[in-house]
Write a protein that binds this ligand. Sequence first.
Ligand code: MN
Length: 236
Amino acid sequence: MATFALHAIPVLEPRPSLAIVGENARFPVRRAFCIGRNYAAHAREMGHDPDREPPFFFMKTAEAIVPVEAGTPGEIAYPSQTGDYHHEAELVVALAKGGRDIPEAEAMKHVFGLAAGLDMTRRDLQGEAKKLGRPWEIGKSADQSGPVGPLTRYSAGTSLAGGLKLLVGGKIRQDSPLAAMIWSIPEQIAILSRFFELKPGDLIFTGTPEGVAAIARGETMRVEIDGVTPIEVKVV
Ligand code: MN
């Protein structure tokens, strides 16, 4: 009879943690919630009517988050099983405080900071999942599919009136005011907290505007969002 050695108990890798602008401490990531179709023009480019279907939530695993450090381009691997890997530039909100049924008027008091991020998407597999009524993880939660830059602390004076841009090779592909979000950040927090008890360390990817497109190995994406540190991420 064959004999088998007993496995060692796994030792888990530490959670990903984000840089914080001007501080040495880091922000540990707990979960990554994402909003789908939160910009009307993006909902339309994906073939949906934003007047009939409100935004909704999905998730990426925390393991998919790739911290991008200030001033250093990040790198993510082109994932397996796709021929159509899309960039979605997004403002990412990090929560310092959790809660259930958070009122919209109180929601921003829960925010630790804001960062530039990417909700990288295997669009072909996501499309197949939509068609078959299947869940989205295979399309949305590929390894390394969530690069996020350094967090800028949020305060009552922080402006959310700026814009978001994604550039590839110096050419603008996505360009939108943040004010074009259908659900504002306080609304997102309030609605999400009806479905989950939010916790410190949770991230919310707040949705992408129009202009999503495929990215190839060797190309570098730059995400610029007013008020936060820009990031550059190369697909390798
Ligand atoms: Mn997205």
